[in-house]
Design a binder for this molecule. Structure first.
Ligand code: ATP
Ligand code: MG
Length: 476
């Protein structure tokens, strides 16, 4: 450990004011000649058993430290370890520069053009190892948006350029110590999410932090500190300037988080939803709209998200296409009906309406075309699933098509959301299971019979009131 890593008492962390319940024990303080601003609170990391830290992460940090470089585990993994959660990955920050890292680790590769960092490979396990950086200087007085982010700095500077206090903790796994430059330990104890530094500045610098705040608060069940929340509301309009693919990525993560319902409600409350996904925001209507139709529409939407969350909690991993289908299903079905359509012109068939509504996402957010096609397929297939499969050979063959399992997943989730259609779901599932055991030759024979039947009979029109029409369809 380097000598700078001593404890300091400052006004913010008065010595002798220790909560005896606190899980972290503070070490003796030595603040002589050390600027309080650059000195961390250091506590024992006894609560984090070494076996919870990935061996490869330990190896990387130990080697860097043995070679004379400061090095720590940082960010989400330290937060999660302290909360008793399993970290997704172990990120490392070090004083070593990318080229020095490369020299130390033959299994390292430097990646990134503007923001260079090292990926250290152990088989297919990758450890992201970044050099300490500091907050870049604002280039224009009026515009705080960060566009360059690659200036090396000290550990203290690296901690302070991070977004939220709970994400700014450093763990030294060799010495078994946690260094807190930003007040992250207090926030973790109190279940609070707050920015490092002035919330307004931090949100203006990078408005995507608004979505990150929502992600962490809902995932961890933390309360967003008042000033941070106010800044999120004030700067939600700035999200318009963020790169659409990055926004899409954050929204997908919210969908997959198991707390999509809370996250979308929070996005709506702070104004982010109307900026980022106006189609969904318009569908939900204004917050607190007294119009019962609007209330019903919002309610049916929330119930879908709730059902998606239940799926995640049950251990299923919804695909991105499925998440998108759930997000947009109600909006698309509304636009596909002449009675409820809000877009100009008469609606074409469902297939075209999906394209009409989701096309901007494909264009601006670089949504992979394949994901879009899967989503469209799933939504269009819902029409075929509204009726019992019966013995129609076309229905039987339909269950063997590539997109069927995902379409059935969507059907299951909407049945769970609205408590309707379980009998139909079970019937389709039974047919799917039966067909799975059938040899290909018999499926082919059914396909031929289906084609003959299609030629004989014109397509049946959609029933006006199917059991799968959700509550708001009735009230529209
Ligand atoms: P997760 O468990 O979702 O991966 P995480 O905290 O590890 O959460 P990452 O997106 O992996 O989040 O980022 C790693 C760390 O980098 C964060 O903990 C934070 O310290 C820092 N960071 C990430 N994004 C930003 C940002 N937009 N502004 C400032 N710091 C950030
Ligand atoms: Mg992470």
């Amino acid at each position: 450990m380097t000598p700078t890593h001593q404890n300091a008492a400052s006004d913010e962390y008065p010595d002798g004011d220790l909560d005896t319940e606190a899980p972290f024990e503070r070490e003796s303080s030595d603040q002589d000649e050390i600027l309080p601003f650059d000195v961390p609170i250091t506590v024992d990391a006894d609560d984090i058993p070494k076996q919870r830290i990935h061996q490869d992460a330990l190896r990387v940090v130990s080697r860097l430290v043995r070679s004379g470089f400061e090095a720590y585990l940082v960010g989400g993994c330290v937060r999660d370890l302290l909360l008793g959660r399993k970290p997704k990955d172990f990120d490392i920050a070090t004083a070593a520069h990318p080229r020095q890292i490369r020299r130390l680790f033959r299994n390292a590769r430097i990646i990134g053009r503007r923001f260079k960092l090292a990926h250290i490979y152990y088989g297919d396990h990758i450890l992201e190892t970044a050099t300490f950086r500091r907050q870049p200087e604002a280039t224009d007085d009026d515009d705080l948006l960060i566009t360059d982010d690659n200036v090396f700095g000290s550990a203290a500077e690296d901690a302070r350029r991070r977004d939220f206090k709970i994400n700014g903790l450093f763990l030294d796994p060799v010495e078994g110590l946690i260094h807190d430059y930003v007040g992250g330990l207090d926030d973790l104890e109190d279940g609070i999410l707050s920015t490092i530094g002035d919330p307004r500045t931090r949100m203006a610098e990078d408005p995507v932090r608004i979505l990150r705040a929502i992600k962490f608060a809902t995932r961890l069940g933390f309360e967003i500190e008042d000033d941070t929340w106010d800044a999120m509301c004030e700067f939600s309009g700035e999200l318009e300037r963020a790169a659409p693919p990055r926004i899409l990525e954050e929204i997908m993560r919210l969908c997959l988080s198991g707390t999509a319902l809370g996250a979308f409600r929070m996005m709506r409350a702070c104004g982010a939803l109307s900026v980022l996904i106006p189609g969904i925001s318009d569908f939900l209507g204004p917050v607190g709209d007294p119009d019962p139709k609007s209330h019903d529409r919002a309610d049916s939407y929330w119930r879908l998200l709730e059902a998606l969350d239940s799926d995640v909690h049950a251990g299923r991993e919804p695909s991105r296409a499925l998440c998108l289908a759930i997000m947009w299903l109600r909006v698309i079905e509304r636009e596909a009906s002449p009675k409820t359509r809000t877009l100009p012109g008469e609606p074409d068939d469902l297939f075209s309406v999906v394209t009409e509504v989701l096309d901007p996402l494909v264009q601006d957010s670089r949504l992979p075309r394949r994901t879009f096609i899967l989503t469209r397929r799933m939504i269009v297939d819902q029409q075929r699933m509204r009726d019992l499969p019966g013995n129609d050979p076309r229905a039987l063959v339909f269950t063997t098509t590539e997109g069927f399992p995902e379409a059935l997943n969507l059907f299951r989730i909407r049945s769970a959301a609205w408590g309707q259609g379980w009998d139909i779901y079970e019937a389709w599932r039974a047919v799917e299971a039966e067909m799975a055991d059938l040899p290909e030759s018999e499926i082919e024979a059914l396909r031929k019979r289906g084609r003959r039947r299609q030629k004989r009979r014109p397509r049946r029109r959609k029933r006006p009131n199917s059991p799968m029409d959700e509550p708001s369809d009735r009230s529209d």
